[in-house]
Design a protein around this ligand. Structure first.
Ligand code: SAM
Ligand code: SF4
Length: 418
């Protein structure tokens, strides 16, 4: 198993385990993920639900489908308000500001946004014409995530990117001018033929554009992609670690604190939307292939349901008005699901939060916590009172192992008497 380090919602589980779990406390914060499944061209490394656009963008039709999708899901979140919205893809910036403005206005009315909702737009630097960011800001976008990837023209060509380094410089300038200084740059490293100096040069250039947040991903060969079938000449893993260590040191020195496996932010500029995923919060998912997760308290029990939508745009159009498919996560899977999210974060976690989020007793994860402590991969947080834990530096290096320790085992359930 490997932990996916890029986030657009998590995969659903199958059947209802039917375990009785205690329900107490309030519901977690609620987010909204909106997926836009088209791109100008498909990048050879990308396994996201994105499809090269071969005809005119079905702009109005897609916005209508998203609204119908949201309308059918709205009763499930009645009385709650949306704290964060993420327009991801694909390339949502293919949609003009007026279309996204109409969408956001209608969603605000039907779902209810909190007074300070974070609204992030994922943008490809090549798709944003001059002046567009000011219009996106007027349409309600208050945070942007820009896919820079690299500032080396030849590398961008090999990656199949449709933008040039100059597009990112211009986009960053426009973001600052449009009062959208709260923006993220996505950067990849361990790119074809890259060395440590090349990775550092990309990072230093990215930081010169004054982003508030930086996501730093190691290029991975995802099954089913063109790169997996025909791999480019990638640096050896030892060299990739050297690049990562050198880049992390520069980020720290420039005031970007790491708060997740791949996420770095200036003080107060963490992505609230992704933080809610990682803290095992709730989210609605609308759009082709979008996933959702909702917590329910009913009859003294807490249950968590996940939703999935069909990935292929044509099939989504046909099914959107009926909403997604919902499945209850078996209680036995919840410790792993919680760990897979929460342990990506550098912050300590309280076992009381585990119980509040999952409805399971602390005893349910006592055995993996003790075993991981014994291996030096988790430690009790000495500065904090309560049952508070932190992944150690060694644990971060072996995060897959750490998370796998929370997988359901029949032996463990029997031993714990649950
Ligand atoms: C949802 S994607 C796409 C955002 C936007 N469409 C773009 O490409 O500009 C978010 C980020 O994941 C990263 N990413 C995508 N595929 C990756 C891979 N195979 N390995 C590492 N990072 C990847 C890229 O940095 C990308 O910007
Ligand atoms: S532009 Fe982004 S979402 Fe689209 S194919 Fe490339 S990496 Fe994937």
């Amino acid at each position: 198993m490997s932990i996916s380090i890029r986030e657009t919602g998590t995969a659903g589980s199958s059947t209802n385990g039917g375990l009785a779990v205690a329900a107490s406390g309030s519901l977690p914060p609620l987010s909204l993920y909106i997926h836009f499944p088209w791109c100008v061209a498909k990048c050879p490394y990308c396994d996201f639900n994105s499809h090269a656009l071969r005809e005119a963008l079905p702009e109005a039709r897609y916005i209508d489908a998203l609204l119908a999708d949201a309308a059918v899901q709205a009763p499930r979140v009645a009385g709650r308000s949306i704290e964060t919205v993420f327009l991801g893809g694909g390339t949502p910036s293919l949609f003009p500001p007026a279309a996204l403005g109409r969408l956001l206005e209608r969603l605000r009315a039907s779902l209810g946004f909190s007074s300070a909702t974070e609204v992030t737009l994922e943008a490809n630097p090549a798709t944003v014409e001059r002046g567009r960011f000011a219009e996106y800001a007027a349409a309600g976008i208050n945070r942007v995530s820009l896919g820079a990837q690299s500032f080396d023209s030849e590398t961008l060509r090999v990656l199949g990117r449709i933008h040039q380094p100059s597009d990112v410089f211009r986009a960053a300038e426009e973001l600052h001018a449009a009062n959208l200084a709260n923006f993220n740059l996505d950067l990849m490293f361990a790119l074809p033929d890259q060395d440590v100096a090349g990775a550092l040069a990309d990072l230093v250039t990215a930081l010169s554009l004054q982003p508030a947040h930086l996501s730093h991903y190691q290029l991975t060969l995802e099954p089913g992609t063109l790169f997996a079938a025909q791999p480019p000449p990638l640096p050896a893993q030892d060299l990739a670690w050297d690049m990562q260590a050198a880049c992390h040191a520069v980020l720290a020195a420039r005031g970007f604190a790491q708060y997740e496996v791949s996420a770095f932010a200036r003080s107060g500029r963490q992505c609230r939307h992704n933080l809610n995923y990682w803290r095992f919060g709730d989210y609605l998912g609308i759009g082709a292939g979008a996933h959702g997760k909702l917590t329910r308290h009913a009859g003294g029990r807490l249950t968590i349901e996940r939703s999935t939508h069909l990935r292929e745009p044509r099939r989504y159009f046909a099914s959107a008005a009926g909403g997604p498919e919902w499945r209850t996560i078996p209680a036995a899977d919840l410790p792993f699901e919680f760990a897979m999210n929460q342990l990506r974060l550098n912050e300590p976690f309280d076992v009381a939060t585990f119980s509040a989020r999952t409805g399971l007793p602390a005893q349910r994860i006592a055995a993996p916590l003790a075993a991981l402590e014994g291996r030096g991969l988790l430690a009790r947080s000495p500065a904090l009172v309560g049952n508070v834990w932190q992944v150690t530096a060694r644990g971060r290096e072996l995060l897959n192992d750490v998370v796998q320790s929370f997988l359901p085992t029949t032996n463990f359930d029997a031993a714990a008497g649950i």
